[in-house]
Unconditional design. Structure first.
Length: 169
């Protein structure tokens, strides 16, 4: 029997660059919309067959927060997610690629498409094309949307200060 250390409370960057890259593209796919992924799948996934290893299913996960952003962890609440696992058959007789995805909400098609793209991105022959035509544009659009939200929030910022009056000293 092997005993392992309990999971760390603080996320760390993996040492393996493949894990870091996969974490990045899975986050981009999870934040993208089902409509965006369906549009890209219509162009790239034409004629590709796949099997559902785990059909899309919805459930709850516990979301954790940290006091003050970096303090002690606490349970913030539950969040609905949908997960899916697929096996993408390779028509050339090569190894089948398995893709997994977990997305926020109950959109089953979104979870399945994200899993399909995860499988495609693990195929060395298709990785660069999918990265260039799907992941990079989605990531750029998500960064632009985040910047727009940040600018909108910054425009409403109020600076509070305290003035000391002479007779209060």
């Amino acid at each position: 029997m092997t005993v392992s250390a309990p999971p760390s409370d603080s996320p760390t960057e993996p040492d393996d660059p493949h894990i870091a890259a996969r974490r990045r593209w899975m986050a981009v796919l999870a934040r993208g919309s089902a409509a965006e992924l369906a549009d890209h799948w219509g162009r790239l996934g034409e004629g590709l067959s796949h099997d559902r290893l785990r059909a899309p299913e919805s459930g709850l996960v516990m979301v954790r927060g940290r006091a003050g952003g970096s303090g002690s962890p606490f349970n913030l609440g539950e969040m609905t997610v949908t997960r899916c696992s697929v096996r993408l058959a390779d028509g050339a007789g090569g190894p089948a690629r398995v893709g997994h995805a977990t997305v926020a909400g109950r959109d089953r098609r979104h979870a399945e498409l994200a899993a399909l793209f995860d499988a495609l991105l693990q195929d060395p022959a298709r990785h660069d094309a999918v990265e260039r035509t799907v992941i990079a544009p989605l990531e750029a659009a998500q960064a632009a949307a985040a910047e727009a939200r940040s600018c909108k929030a910054a425009a409403t910022k109020v600076d509070f200060f305290t003035m000391v009056r002479g007779e209060d000293t």
